[in-house]
Design a protein around this ligand. Structure first.
Ligand code: NAD
Length: 488
């Protein structure tokens, strides 16, 4: 039974099927069965989308007419507001978001982020006076002018697709770029809606294009390799991010990468609410499929047994209250695909082989609805050199690592190829000092919220480069041109 409307491509101002009419099934993570159909873009379709975006950037006033584009982006936002319910359905049936989390985490947060972009946009300095300076016997006046980068290829993942699609498309449009959005094969509908609503809002042809297909790499690689595309804005795995950097080098393309993570939460022995801090690391929200989730819990050796008991109790209380998509009390559903389920299970097996102790969970649960369900799982007695502590699992699997003292906690947190996010809970000054020394793009101190559309987000090390959201997130899509002229 299909529950989703067909996902169609949007190229050069036209909503359409793929050349040749091929489609692919969008599989419901809840049932494992087809939930809808999506157009399977060919290389010719992608080529046409790139040509249209290039033409719109080079031959229209899109990049220079700020008032016009802000008005259209506002109209576009209103249409997304109207279609909130549909956005929730897509998050649920494509990405497997549970009913209790759909609105808050997948729709509200994304649309709030859009509103934040509209607010910070007003703070962009489009022109900057660099003053006067003598050179070659004359005084020169210098003016910096901020301009749109050009054609953007926005390649996005399936886990929080609305949030990431907005993060890229809206920033690029506000900056004056034209865009080709390429969502993941699991979530084409959440991309297609950007095409449908762009058509309704009346954007000039070519300003926004949306392409997707069954092959995860085809359209993305074309965007990365094509000299007509000026910037690749990518969110996804570190492996694909590296490949994009390599392939983008041939055309010296700007690449902006938001990649994976294995973030540590350090709970100090003087955490104001030790039990709550430990318990809230249970990786159950969206089945642990968040780039910034704190999937390594670091607890002091002196309170390790206590932490284990707290987790056992918290998972016990969570119990079997997850799975059914129609239960609004559920914040955890399936993982996104059979492949992801098998990958997560292979890490659970690996953890046991590596000598970690399974505290809770560890099983695949087809009884939850036929889809891709993995039990909330927690490993204790984990050392930081184990692969389950070093590699991103992207599922409901928490690893708990003991540490000796503050220096040891900082060392463990930093001994990771990733550097996306993390947290410290403890007495304020001590926690802030530790947070400053962990090499990540954000650190939440005593559970402070550091993901919001009005502040920058991004990674250090193998978690990427560049910043999404906030003023910095829009400026990623701009470049500075210097003008200078003699005045005396
Ligand atoms: P992925 O890397 O497999 O795919 C991401 C996108 O890249 C998809 O659209 C995919 O079709 C496309 N793609 C695949 N191969 C490609 C290639 N060779 N060239 C160009 N594009 C290609 O990631 P995923 O499984 O969709 O998403 C999960 C990953 O995303 C996790 O690693 C997660 O940490 C990361 N993520 C990061 C952030 C962040 O802000 N840092 C946010 C969300 C997700």
């Amino acid at each position: 039974m299909t529950t989703l409307p067909d996902a169609r491509l949007y190229i050069d101002g036209k909503l359409r099927d793929a050349t040749g009419g091929a489609t692919f099934d969008v599989i419901s993570p809840w049932t494992g069965e087809p939930a809808g159909k999506a157009a399977d873009a060919t290389a010719a379709d992608v080529d046409e989308a790139i040509a249209a975006a290039r033409r719109a950037f080079d031959t229209t006033d899109w990049s220079t007419n700020v008032e016009k584009r802000v008005a259209l982006v506002r109209k576009y936002r209103e249409l997304f507001e109207r279609d909130r319910a549909r956005l929730g359905q897509l998050a649920m049936h494509e990405a497997g978001a549970a009913l209790g989390a759909v609105n808050r985490a997948h729709v509200d947060m994304a649309l709030d982020g859009w509103d934040d972009y509209m607010t910070v946009f007003d703070k962009i300095e489009w022109e900057k006076d660099y003053g006067e300076k003598p050179a070659f016997g004359m005084i020169h006046k210098r003016l910096g002018v901020r301009e749109a980068v050009g054609v953007v290829g926005a390649i996005t993942p399936w886990n929080v697709p609305l949030y990431v699609n907005i993060g890229k498309v809206v920033a690029a449009l506000l900056a004056g770029c034209t865009v080709i959005l390429k969502p993941a094969p699991n979530t084409p509908g959440m991309g297609a809606i950007f095409g449908e609503l762009a058509a309704e809002a009346g954007f000039p042809a070519g300003v926004i294009n949306v392409v997707f297909g069954a092959d995860p790499a085809l359209a993305g690689e074309m965007l990365v390799q094509d000299p007509r595309v000026d910037l690749i804005s990518f969110t996804g795995s570190t492996g694909v991010g590296k490949r994009i950097m390599e392939q983008g080098a041939a055309t010296l393309k700007r690449v902006f990468l938001e990649l994976g993570g294995k973030s540590a939460k350090i709970v100090l022995d003087d955490a104001p609410n030790f039990a709550m801090d430990v318990a809230m690391t249970m990786l159950v929200f969206h089945a642990g499929q968040g780039c910034a989730v704190q999937s390594r819990l670091l607890v002091p050796k002196s309170r390790y047994e206590e932490a284990k008991a707290i987790l056992k109790g918290a998972y016990g209380q969570f119990g079997d209250n997850w799975g059914d998509p129609n239960d609004p009390a559920h914040i955890m559903g399936p993982v996104v695909s059979r492949r992801q389920m098998e990958r997560v299970k292979s890490y659970i097996d690996l953890g046991q082989e590596e000598g970690a102790t399974l505290l809770v969970g560890g099983n695949i649960r087809p009884d939850k609805g036929g889809g891709f369900f993995v039990e909330p799982t927690c490993f204790v007695d984990v050392t930081n050199d184990m692969r389950i502590a070093q590699e991103e699992i992207f599922g409901p699997v928490l690893v708990v690592i003991p540490y000796e003292d503050d220096e040891d906690a900082i060392r463990i947190a930093n001994e990771s190829s990733y550097g996306l996010s993390g947290g410290v809970s403890g007495s304020h000054d001590r926690a802030i000092n530790i947070a400053r020394r962990v090499r990540t793009g954000s650190m939440s101190v005593n559970n402070g919220m550091c993901i919001s559309g009005d502040i920058p987000f991004g990674g250090f090390k193998a978690s990427g480069m560049g910043r999404e959201w906030g003023l910095e997130g829009i400026e990623e899509y701009t470049d500075v041109k210097m003008l200078a002229w003699p005045v005396a």
